[in-house]
Structures are given as C-alpha cells and as structure tokens.
Design a protein around this ligand. Structure first.
Ligand SMILES: Nc1ncnc2c1ncn2[C@@H]1O[C@H](COP(=O)(O)OP(=O)(O)O)[C@@H](O)[C@H]1O
Ligand SMILES: [Mg+2]
Length: 243
C-alpha cells in the first residue's frame, strides 16, 4: 500500500474512533443520570406504596388516613421535583442564556424546601438581584441543587446553609456553604471523582463529578474549602463564572 493511503486510512479510523469515544461518553453520562434518578426515586416510591397500604389498613380511622395521605403527598411532591429537575437536565443542551443568578438560586432552594424544613435548617442568603451571567440555565440549576443536597446531608438538625452571590472583577462567585460535619483532608481531592461517596448505599458519588463537568461546560471553575476542626466544622463550595 502507498504511504499516503495509509496516512489517510489512519486519519479516518482515528476520526471514527474519536467519534465512537464521544458517543460512549454520552451514553455513560446518560447511564449515570439514569442510575442517579433510579436511586433518588426508589425511596419516595416505596414510601408512597407503604403509606397507601397503611391508609387502607386504617380505613376506619379518618385521622390516621389523613396523616398517611399527608405524608404520601409530601413524597409525591419530592418525586415531582425530581422529575422536573431531570427533564430540565435532559433539555439542557440548547444555547446559554443571560440569566439573573439570584433567580436560579431561589429555584434551586425551592426544590429542597421541604427537606430543609423537616431538618429545620437555617438559611442565610445574600443574593443581589442585579448579577447576571450567560449560562446554560438548567445545568447551573442542577449544580446548585447538587451542592444544596450535599450540604443538607452534611448538616445536623438546625444547622445553617449559606448561599451567596458576589461579583469579583470579571467573575461572579456563587458560594454554597454549610456548618456541617466537613470533609476530612484525605477526601478533599477525591470528592469530584465519579462514584466517590461516603454515604454507602445512600449515595451515588456522581453529584460533584457531574457538577464539575457542568461548571466547566459553562466556562467556570468549582473549588472547595472545608474544616473538620471541632467546634468550627463546615464546607464551602465556590463556583466562579465569567461575566
Ligand atoms: N457539603 C458537604 N459536606 C460534607 N461532605 C460533603 C459535602 N459535599 C460533598 N461531600 C462529600 O463528597 C462526597 C461526594 O459527593 P457527591 O459527588 O455529591 O456524591 P454523593 O452525595 O452521592 O455521596 C460525599 O459522599 C461526601 O463525603
Ligand atoms: Mg451528592
């Protein structure tokens, strides 16, 4: 075979291979998302099943039935917000939009309102109204939601969640912080790895890996600081976005 032909052949098989790799990666992401989704809906679904069963068992006792239904309603609201979040993410590949970041933060908080209430989490917000960035809206919503869930998980009852937004030169900083149990030093480098979790079967270890990917897709950076010093434990995630 002529050398030039070999080079052309090599080029086209390289192109084919990188296309296949890209496809594989997209499938992996979809698979990871599906996994995370299944994981998230399993508990509330099971709870709804149990609660309707219990309600039937106690059909003679309207007080009890009402209480079970109220719980079932809460679980359904959770399922609902998971569904809208996931749909939002699936549709996220359109173009970036100029958006008021405070609006995104409020939307992310709404998704977790009930969990925060049930854990009596204090919320400290500093979200100036006039900060705007060009981002893939549903993607950044997903990231904020992931960070908020992690903070809620790390917080004790009546712990504090901080959500701050500020402008620093040509960047906007989004800060999600908590005074929860903190991340030990030996884990700090690993938390962005896919499947790294300290939550056993309750975690997928995908939240931060996906979040990092998304932030980079939005031309931003994500970093963390954490302390496990007794009396002053807590974790701060900072997302920097270009304006
Ligand atoms: N705010 C936080 N406080 C303490 N630990 C955290 C916090 N956020 C993340 N982590 C640690 O990072 C790990 C990975 O987080 P993540 O990728 O969201 O996966 P998952 O939440 O499913 O475990 C968590 O299991 C936890 O150990
Ligand atoms: Mg998580």
């Amino acid at each position: 075979m002529h050398e030039a032909t070999i080079v052309v052949d090599l080029h086209s098989s390289l192109a084919l291979m990188s296309e296949a790799l890209q496809k594989a990666e997209e499938h992996a992401t979809a698979g990871q998302l599906a996994l995370e989704l299944m994981h998230e809906i399993r508990n509330p679904l099971e709870a709804v099943g149990n609660l309707t069963y219990l309600a039937q068992e106690e059909a003679e006792n309207p007080e009890a039935v009402r209480a079970y239904l109220r719980h079932a309603e809460e679980q359904l609201a959770t399922l609902n917000s998971i569904a809208s979040r996931t749909l939002g993410f699936a549709r996220a590949s359109d173009s970036p939009q100029q958006v008021r970041l405070a609006t995104l933060a409020e939307a992310a908080l709404r998704i977790h309102q009930r969990t925060m209430q049930s854990k009596q989490i204090h919320l400290v917000k500093d979200l100036p109204d006039d900060l705007v960035a060009e981002v893939y809206t549903t993607e950044i919503l997903q990231v904020l939601s992931n960070l908020i869930v992690n903070s809620i998980d790390a917080l004790p009852r009546e712990g504090t969640l901080y959500l701050r937004l500020k402008k620093r030169r040509s960047e906007i900083h989004f800060v999600v912080a908590d005074n929860g149990h903190g991340i030990p030093e030996e884990h700090r480098n690993r938390v962005f790895e896919p499947f790294f979790t300290t939550k056993n079967s309750a975690g997928t270890g995908l939240g931060l890996a996906l979040s990092k990917r998304i932030v980079e897709h939005n031309r931003g950076k994500i970093s963390l600081r954490s302390s496990i010093r007794p009396g002053r434990t807590g974790t701060t995630f900072k997302i920097s976005l270009p304006t």
